[in-house]
Design a protein around this ligand. Structure first.
Ligand code: ZN
Length: 122
């Protein structure tokens, strides 16, 4: 990573002014931004994640802080692998979700061959 400068400041600078004014707990946010960047989050990705769908939210500063807390504890999303695991032959081959009693894809991912099932973090 080519990090020059202060990630916290860089993060704040991605925010609209009215949101910057909402971030009172700067020190706490600083620790969260730093922790998230250590996990591989980029500042733009972090900013996008922290500020999405803030319309109508009464306390955007609090929402941003809690989203940063989430980012600081979770790895950034990775692009799904191009190749999917081999189809198990039982679930829906397109969605890789298990089939319900009527033969339609259910909400549950196939534990055998859904691409995301093999990457569960402990
Ligand atoms: Zn399957």
């Amino acid at each position: 990573m080519t990090d020059t400068g202060d990630p916290v400041r860089a993060f704040r600078e991605t925010l609209p002014l009215h949101l910057r004014a909402q971030l009172h707990e700067t020190q706490r946010i600083g620790g969260l931004v730093y922790a998230a960047t250590q996990r591989g989050w980029t500042i733009p990705a972090l900013s996008t994640e922290a500020t999405r769908n803030l319309g109508g939210i009464v306390n955007p500063g609090g929402v941003i802080t809690s989203r940063l807390e989430h980012c600081a504890r979770h790895d950034p999303p990775v692009k799904p692998p191009k190749t999917r695991p081999e189809w198990c032959g039982v679930c829906d081959p397109d969605t890789r979700h298990v089939l319900d009693v009527n033969g339609y894809p259910d909400a549950a991912r196939c534990p055998q061959c859904h691409p995301l099932m093999g990457k569960v973090h402990a």
